[in-house]
Design a protein. Sequence first.
Length: 357
Amino acid sequence: MRLRCWLPAAAGIWLAAAPAVVESAQFRPRATVRVVATGGTIANHPDGRLTARELTDLIPAAGRYAEVETEQFANLPSSSLTVEHWLALARRLNRLFSARRDLDGVVLTSGTDTLEETAYFLHLTVRTDRPIVVVGAMRPPTAPGYDGAANLLDAVRVAASPTSRNRGVVVVVNGEIHAARDVRKVHAQRLDSFDSGRNGVLGVVDADRIEYYRRPTRRHTHRTEFDVAGLLRLPRVVLLTSYVGASGDLIRAARDLGAAGVVVAAAGAGAMTPAQADAIDDVIDDGVVVVITTRTGGGRVPARLRRVAPPAGPASSRGGRRVSGESLSAVKARVLLMLALTTARDGADVQRLFTMY
Ligand code: ASP
């Protein structure tokens, strides 16, 4: 980095101008950032997927902001990632942050298709106040206008910045910083495919500096109560949708196949067909926890769902009520419900977690 240096006015000259005066206030020199790669379009070269090291070789400018290390966790399309991958990744990142006090942040590369689920899972399970930045690309490395290098450089800058601490897991794409809880992929093809709905972005990555507007208000990362250290799998939770004429048999089938939880992407603020409502009452009686979310893409499902009184009998140990998924999308409600079922005593306890996270 070139340094601007003013000499006494009498000298009448100044030396080598530098563009990064504001950045130097935000970035400690020699920040250390580890790029952990999992695959996705960002790495999807026709001659074979790029490795973490090959990806960071595309962004020599990253050296201005941080010492960049690399690690290959996987090299898969994000639709091939499993819950077992997530558990192993959370354990890996927890170990990394506790062993490496010198590490300023982690960048995780991912395919964009399920990126929002991975980001929210890590937001709930990695206990650190240091930044974890999830990044992907909409175009592969050989496409004109490949967005992967620009997004990766932005992600390293965000991870290297002390201003990113204590904001939970964030997603950096297309110059924007999104909260893991809010972000969704909202378009199948475009570069601006990620959006945080009416909550808006957490901040932006501008050429001169990183600008944050807000912090997430719900619990996450270093304040999480979820401990996945000893877990090799999570309870099965399935996701179903409400639509005109939807029957209840798939909800009962989920119970019969051993699901511990069901998430329903309901219409409006929690509406569903009478057949689905009856089936939900049945499976709740059998101990299945049912979480209601909205399929609209925005807003909360209010906690005024029927069946607040627990039914009698041993099968009702999970508590007989529907749980409001609050403002979580259905796919993220599934993530939280899988984790909630590892600790919650009953439906009321699951509701507490949905209100808090
Ligand atoms: N199919 C890719 C994935 O792994 C898509 C992407 O990365 O944009 O999710």
